[in-house]
Design a binder for this molecule. Structure first.
Ligand code: IPM
Ligand code: MG
Length: 380
């Protein structure tokens, strides 16, 4: 009965986490800091190349703040799959220490090992970072003006099947069991984040997505708590959907433009945001904010494309997703003017003007040329 012991440990860990969440009430206030440290993590594959372009853009936009010592841009090396595999750790200890010295992070893609591949059974660096820094809100905007789509997803980022994705148990040769975690404080904080966002941005509708008709204990709790928080926002209409019909409604031309803000448990959020990003041109075009009370991390929502590096094509990799993440970062730490300038330059360069095109090959622009194009557009 070894697995009963493991289950006891898991329960104790999660109860301790609940207590920690309950006592963790205040958000970091960036204005009160003497200096905001922005850590830039290259990651794997094309990551170092594309994040370097985003960093250059940040350096340009924040040149005065850096000079005045109010902002520091710090490159963090070593979050590579080779180091992680060698240390058998999702995040090498010394890298995690460096990360924790920053206030906000811009992160390139990191390779997620699969069962049976050369890297062994290490946890995804993304998932580990979300847990280590308690980045509970994964905010993913998707906008396609010509289709009337303007969605913002609030994906819970630390619980659900992800909380113990690497701690499932093989009970016998024939039986494996994983665990799904939903907690009151974990749900309250994501729900509040979503409703506060809706209120601040004039959104009229928040849609809660679960499968509470089947997954009764955990999704039932998630739905109930989100609805309860929603009662505090009488001007916002709240509706709830099951994940299966919601995946269908996103492609329903008559319905989809009515959705505004979504709240979802982790795994449904993972899946639905990939579907949503496809309307905008695929996950490669999306930016993603991972917000916590003490840290925030902004990342590109695409893979590390190791084949591009093997073929020497990383200089042609598209930096726009991580540059968009950089714009979200600027907005989050209070540099809204610079963020708006960058968002608008991204729109001009990738949608309306398109003077340069990235193809990922030598017939297209390089990432460096594209970053210059964005900087020139900002200065116009
Ligand atoms: C995402 C990704 C990650 C996730 C992977 C890379 C671990 O798909 O950010 O959506 O499953 O959350
Ligand atoms: Mg995903």
């Amino acid at each position: 009965m070894q697995y009963l012991k493991s289950f006891e440990q898991i329960v104790a860990q999660q109860l301790a986490r609940v207590e920690k969440m309950k006592n963790d009430t205040n958000f970091i206030d960036y204005h009160s800091l003497d200096k905001i440290i922005i850590g830039v993590i290259g990651g794997d594959g094309i990551g170092p190349a594309i994040t370097a372009h985003a960093k250059r853009i940040l350096e340009n936009l924040l040149v005065d703040e850096v000079e005045a010592g109010k902002v520091e841009l710090r490159t963090i090396n070593g979050l590579t799959i080779e180091n992680r595999a060698a240390e058998k750790a999702a995040i090498p200890t010394d890298v995690l220490e460096e990360i924790k010295k920053c206030h906000v992070l811009l992160k390139g893609p990191t390779t997620t090992p699969r069962k049976g591949d050369q890297w062994g059974n290490i946890e995804s660096a993304n998932v580990a970072m979300r847990k280590e820094l308690d980045l509970f809100a994964n905010v993913r905007p998707v906008k396609v003006p010509e289709l009337g789509i303007d969605w913002t997803f609030f994906r819970e980022n630390t619980e659900c099947l992800y909380a113990m994705g690497s701690q499932g148990v093989h009970i016998s040769d024939d039986l494996a069991i994983d665990f799904r975690v939903i907690t009151n404080p974990g749900t309250e904080r994501i729900a509040r984040q979503a409703f506060e966002y809706a209120k601040a941005n004039g959104k009229k509708r928040v849609s809660i997505v679960t499968k509470a008709n089947i997954v009764k204990a955990t999704d039932g709790k998630f739905l109930e708590i989100c609805k309860k928080i929603g009662e505090e926002y009488p001007d916002i209409e709240v509706d709830d959907w099951y994940i299966d019909i919601m995946t269908a409604k996103l492609i329903d031309e008559k319905r989809r433009s009515q959705f505004e803000v979504f709240i979802l448990p982790n795994l449904y959020g993972d899946i639905l945001t990939d579907e949503a990003a496809e309307f905008q041109g695929g996950v490669g075009t999306a930016g993603s904010a991972n917000l916590g009370k003490h840290y925030a991390m902004f990342e590109a929502v695409h893979g590390s494309a190791p084949r591009m590096v093997e073929e020497g094509r990383d200089i042609y990799a598209d930096p726009c997703s991580v540059i968009r993440a950089a714009a979200m970062l600027l907005s989050h730490i209070g540099y809204q003017k610079q963020a708006d300038a960058l968002f608008s330059a991204l729109d001009i360069c990738t949608v309306t003007e398109k003077k340069l095109v990235i193809t990922g090959k030598s017939d297209g622009a390089t990432g460096a040329e594209f970053a210059d194009y964005i900087l020139d557009t900002i200065r116009r």
